[in-house]
Design a protein. Structure first.
Lengths: 400, 499
């Protein structure tokens, strides 16, 4: 009896997580769509509330209610119109080429978020809550920067390839080390990855003010990445789209194959759903923890390379910016399914691209855009909330 | 108080869990509700207890229609439930557990623990429960914990007591004691509903029997009817309760465990110098009350207890110290006691579960590519061979009934090249039909010349299945005896008394 109770106690956290995971990953596919819709509704309210015209017309609402209603309409419609023009197609542009710039901007923004999101999705599906995207992106970015800046002995394409590989390797080692610690000592990966994020962030700050710092720069940043180590541009210098976008699509396919068609992914998923059954079936749990975290970190590292060698073209303190945490969101939003992550990543890229236009054209505070993003996450992470907003029946788990 | 359920119907979606079920229980009567798992017994009682709302029918107490919107209503009306999984707080004392929900208070809302203790003692003395109100519940043996549950029901003046599979966790002695308690309660005028699928218990205490099958009442029976007649009613076809097995044809000595000891995380000795041997073509049953080291024994064999000392030899090869994978590769088939925790991945399909242990080897994988086509053929074949009742091999294992889940586990383990089969409580929680099938498979395995090690907590199963029985108590083997040993002797051994 006491033994039984003991096992129940030790396994409780696993059970709790898998309960949450089940709710997040296997729930109704309609939920994410409704969550986005709900957050746009709430976002609309916030946009209206923060709009100066709306505030002004509210003062004489009872005298001329029409003024306020039209101000609300203009602010909300205007904002979402700007979001569309900034993220998908700017129909005010003179020609198609300028108009479609928005979409390429969206795709460029979505590249690192999606790749890192794929990495976290691999970990989530395997039952490991990898919060260390930020750190793994940073280590990947630093790895590729070192190769790009200080090891210029290879000719063109090889330089680029080795730089990317260095980024992947860096992320894989940084992530894999967490898996190794968990396997050998039982250290909780959530705590370890969170602290590793701090370590990576502050070591990066230190490095960028010392040995990695560009000699003449006043800001903490590296020298520009040489041309031959950059991701080749896909659509010419006028567009931000680079080869990283193709790499992202390949990564989606690769992760799909890994998780659904390979024996390695089979063990990953088995571990995620039921570690004790995996153990009894002879799966080497420790090695699998390491592999999961290494693959997860490798993808985050790859995301770091696409940011540094593709978009920013130098290493700065903002490299991991919010990507590490956005990637968590994107992985959750995509229900840790590669195609879902891609869709969520593009949505986030779009919100990011559109946010700039919303701010510039409509004076919508950029913070409001981030509020909308957070709303999406909130609604996704709490499906019962969305269910009750849209009067859907409760899930089986909630009923019990 | 007289209880009457009138044509209760309860549906879950398209599934009809109870259809027109009627039942009358008189005061001073033990009414057995007999049926297989999934027959709708628990659903019916949850309706009675207010946990579910019936879709049709009514509940009458002393001929008055009542409506319960929750367990609180049912309790207030005098219905008590002794749950299969105790609803007790392990770190609370007996008295604290008993008063939880209706705490006696003194002026100013201060808990009146003295009153609580007195009340526990009063009921305990009345029925000879021998309960210490200040004992911490988690420290008590399971049988005593169950008495706390009973006191909890009685303290709110329950006139009708429902026992939901109460003997599943008890030793034979504790079961006998529970039966005596039930009889004493009945003689005091309490109406008792006793849910079970164990025929021996039914015959011992029941005054009336109602048999449920697939959510319907298939008939009433008297306890005088033979066990096999009752079983046939329950299953809906003739069943063979006896395991038919020919005498063991012993081959060479094959599986030898000697001096096996292990210490748990908390430092207690969970295996203490365990030694036994099994011949080819022999079934050795490890009997004993759950939690006496059986789990650790099977884990040690499988390689899950790397710190165990001693020796475990299969056909001369040492298993101890090898990782699980190697142990499996050496031909150990393992049916874990907790199917859903250790045997299956509930969110995986049947097909995926069938290759849980071999997803990384040919012919299931080429390079790293899972061979889905081969896997499907393999799974289809096994599902048919092991009579897994499912619409598709893509059904999630968690959606299957216990019996079918166990068939999946057995199919996986027996489809490997085996040298030894270890099965821990292989029929726990299964319906009669599945039990028959599982026993048949185990006996066949033994007849094919394999040594078989079974862990059983139910004496019936131990006696019927085993060629020899080793009784475990507190990590030690109390004795190894032939399966013809009288039940009383085995029962005493299970309580640690050496024969």
């Amino acid at each position: 009896m006491s033994d039984k109770m003991k096992t129940q106690k030790t396994e409780a956290p696993v059970g709790r997580f898998s309960g949450l995971a089940r709710e997040l990953f296997t729930g109704n596919a309609l939920i994410p769509v409704l969550a986005v819709l709900a957050s746009f509704l709430v976002g609309g309210i916030l946009i209206a509330l923060s709009n100066e015209n709306v505030q002004a017309t509210a003062g004489y609402f009872f005298a001329r209610p029409g003024d306020m209603l039209s101000a609300i309409w203009q602010s909300v419609f205007g904002a979402y119109d700007a979001l569309f023009r900034g993220s998908i197609y700017n129909y005010h542009a003179d020609n198609f080429g300028d108009g479609i710039l928005s979409l390429t901007q969206t795709l460029a923004y979505s590249t690192p978020i999606t790749i890192a999101g794929l990495g976290l999705a691999v970990a989530f599906r395997s039952g490991l809550f990898n919060i260390g995207g930020t750190g793994q992106i940073i280590v990947g970015a630093v790895g590729s920067t070192i190769i790009a800046l200080y090891v210029p002995i290879w000719p063109g394409p090889l330089h680029f390839l080795v730089a990317v590989l260095a980024g992947i390797l860096g992320g894989a080692l940084f992530g894999g080390f967490v898996g190794f610690l968990k396997a050998t000592t039982g250290a909780n990966e959530v705590i370890v990855t969170i602290m590793f994020n701090y370590i990576a962030v502050y070591l990066l700050h230190y490095s960028l003010t010392s040995w990695l710092k560009a000699p003449l720069a006043s800001n903490p940043q590296s020298s520009p990445i040489p041309q031959d180590a950059l991701y080749p541009s896909l659509a010419g210098p006028d567009y931000p789209l680079h080869l990283g976008f193709i790499v992202m699509l390949l990564a989606v396919a690769a992760v799909w194959w890994l998780m659904n068609r390979s024996s390695v992914g089979f063990h990953f998923r088995a571990l995620g759903h039921n570690p004790s059954a995996s153990k009894v079936a002879g799966v080497n749990i420790g090695r699998t923890y390491f592999l999961v975290m290494a693959v997860s970190g490798a993808l985050a590292g790859l995301a770091g390379t696409s940011q540094i060698l593709g978009t920013e073209k130098y290493l700065g303190t903002g490299v991991a910016a919010t990507y590490g945490f956005d990637a968590i969101t994107v992985a959750l939003l995509g229900r840790s399914n590669p195609v879902g992550v891609l869709a969520a990543g593009i949505l986030f890229g779009g919100l990011r691209a559109g946010a700039v236009t919303m701010q510039a054209n409509q004076n919508v505070p950029i913070d409001i855009v981030y509020v909308v993003q957070s709303m999406i996450v909130l609604f996704i992470a709490a499906p019962p909330l969305v269910r009750s907003i849209f009067f859907m029946p409760k899930s089986k788990e909630a009923r019990a | 108080m007289k209880l009457e359920l009138r044509s209760i119907t309860k549906r879950f979606g398209s599934l009809v869990a109870n259809e027109n079920v009627s039942l009358t229980v008189q005061p001073g009567e033990i009414h057995c509700l007999l049926g297989e798992n999934g027959a709708g017994k628990s659903t019916l009682m949850n309706v009675l207890y207010g946990l579910y709302q019936a879709d049709g029918g009514e509940i009458l107490l002393d001929d008055k229609v009542v409506k319960f919107s929750g367990p609180g209503d049912a309790m207030a009306a005098g219905i008590g439930m002794v749950h299969q999984h105790f609803m007790l707080i392990p770190v609370f004392t007996v008295a604290e557990n008993v008063i939880l929900g209706h705490e006696p208070t003194k002026f100013g809302g201060v808990l009146d623990m003295a009153a609580a203790r007195a009340k526990v003692r009063e009921i305990s003395d009345q029925f000879g429960f021998d309960l210490d109100p200040d004992a911490i519940v988690g420290d008590l043996p399971v049988g005593v914990q169950q008495r706390v549950e009973i006191v909890k029901a009685l303290i709110s003046n329950a006139q009708i007591l429902v026992f939901d599979e109460p003997t599943a966790v008890l030793t034979p002695q504790e079961t006998d004691e529970l039966m005596a308690i039930m009889k004493a309660l009945r003689d005091r005028g309490t109406a008792i509903v006793f849910i079970t699928h164990k025929l021996r218990e039914v015959k011992e205490v029941a005054d009336k029997i109602t048999v449920l099958r697939l959510g319907k009442v298939v008939g009433e029976a008297s306890p005088d009817e033979s066990a096999s007649d009752l079983a046939s009613m329950m299953v809906g076809r003739a069943v063979d309760l006896e395991i038919s097995k020919s005498p063991a044809k012993l081959g060479d000595l094959s599986f030898v465990v000697s001096g096996l000891s292990a210490v748990s995380h908390s430092g207690t000795k969970v295996l203490d110098d365990v030694s036994f041997e099994i011949h080819q073509g022999e079934i050795l049953v490890i009997a004993g009350v759950q939690g006496n080291g059986q789990t650790e024994l099977t884990e040690a064999i499988l390689g899950l207890m790397p710190k165990a000392t001693g020796s475990i030899k299969l056909n001369g090869q040492e298993l101890l110290g090898r990782p699980v994978k190697q142990v499996l590769d050496l031909g150990v088939g393992f049916v874990p006691e907790d199917r859903t925790d250790d045997g299956l991945v509930a969110d995986f399909t049947i097909a995926e579960n069938l290759i849980l242990d071999r997803a990384d080897r040919k012919p299931f994988v080429k390079g790293l590519n899972l061979q889905l086509k081969y896997l499907r053929e393999f799974a289809t074949k096994l599902v048919k061979e092991f009579d897994v009742r499912t619409q598709s091999i893509d059904t999630k294992a968690g959606k299957l009934s216990g019996g079918n889940q166990q068939k999946v586990v057995l199919a996986r383990e027996l489809s490997r090249e085996l040298k030894l089969l270890v099965a821990s409580q292989p029929t726990r929680g299964l319906d009669v039909g599945s039990i028959e099938f599982v026993h048949e498979q185990i006996v066949n395995t033994r007849n094919s010349g394999l040594p078989v090690l079974i862990v059983a907590t139910e004496l019936d199963e131990a006696v019927q299945l085993g060629d020899r029985i080793a009784v475990m108590y507190r990590g030690k083997i109390v004795g190894i005896v032939p399966s013809t040993t009288p039940r009383e002797v085995l029962g005493q051994m299970m309580a640690g008394i050496t024969a």
